[in-house]
Design a protein around this ligand. Sequence first.
Ligand code: SF4
Length: 404
Amino acid sequence: MPADASPSAARHRPAAPRIRQLVLKVHSRCNLACDYCYVYRHADQGWRNRPRVIAPDTVRRVADRLAAHVARHRTDRVRVVLHGGEPLLAGVVVLDRTVRTLRDAMPTGTTLDIAMQTNGLLLDEAALDLCHTHGIDVGVSLDGDRRSNDRGRRHADGRGSFAEVARALRLLARPEHRSRYAGLLCTIDLANDPIAVYEGLREFDPPRLDLLLPHGNWSTPPPGRHPGDPATPYADWLIAVFDRWYSETPRRTGIRLFESLIALLLGGRSGTQALGAAEPDVMTIETDGTIEGTDTLKTTTASAMRTGFDVFRHSLDDALRHPSLAGRPEGVAALAPACRACPVVGTCGGGLYAHRFRDDAGFAHPSVYCADLFRLIRHVQTVVTADLDAVRRRVSDLSAPAGR
Ligand code: SF4
């Protein structure tokens, strides 16, 4: 047992933040050049100076640091997401060695879940063999049907990526590989028809999907979102999908954003950092071993997520003391005054942290998507409340004495 992990020490120690998800950059480049990419097209261009592929020494240090962290916090489950750039550019040999190193270091009693977020271009039988060997769950980025996807997800020479991703998804959805299919990630483009996008995603039979608001903030607003404008184009888009999805019986896929919203409305927990005032529990490690906060802060300023820590000199607990991680406000009490007074704050939580940023005042703002979030939450609340009322009426009819 580590020196500070005795039961009496734990009783007197304030609850320390801990990491539930580590995003590990195994390759710093990408084989696509998507219009909205937060890694290559936003404020932080640090990737230019980093090694392309993570080195074995760096992986060993990451594994040791993570093992020490989970032992100290007696964490029974932690997740590592193999990320990039495009993680499959690292090649199956590097990925195999990386996962073995991470697993070998884990202390007894801690389950290590491994996932990979890929653009799918290099997802072939060899990559899937690796995923089966190590139990790696595969999430693929796709923005809908061919037309919607190829509007933004393109090669550097302008060619769309849909055909290649569709090939990979047909492979992943086969019965022999489906156990490794985690789902699809789709970034919203207002130029795309919401129902065409939803149906395009469903074509690939994902167990789950998520719809992401494009990154932006008060100083660099997202496309079509004008700060201060009461229009709600993103809520309108999302509501069209929500209504279609919610009315399906049976529902063929889960949508993380909507499921989180409903869970929060019913008093549960959010499954996404886009909603709910949850504590930040995600850490990113770059290919050079640099420790950073959540990747989405790359969209704010070049320095917003730089901690100055790395796995060679610092423990993950050291890094958690940095303002972009543990020092980051958590809970409703730490939100902007407008959020604290907002009737939907319990569900919204101020939105994604990166979306609150403004050059002159940091993160002490509502989300740049405030108007959209408010309208979406109210809509879902109305629909779910009507459903619950109908259930209550049915239950009350059933329990009424016969003959009444
Ligand atoms: S809807 Fe706007 S004001 Fe309300 S909690 Fe969300 S971001 Fe804050």
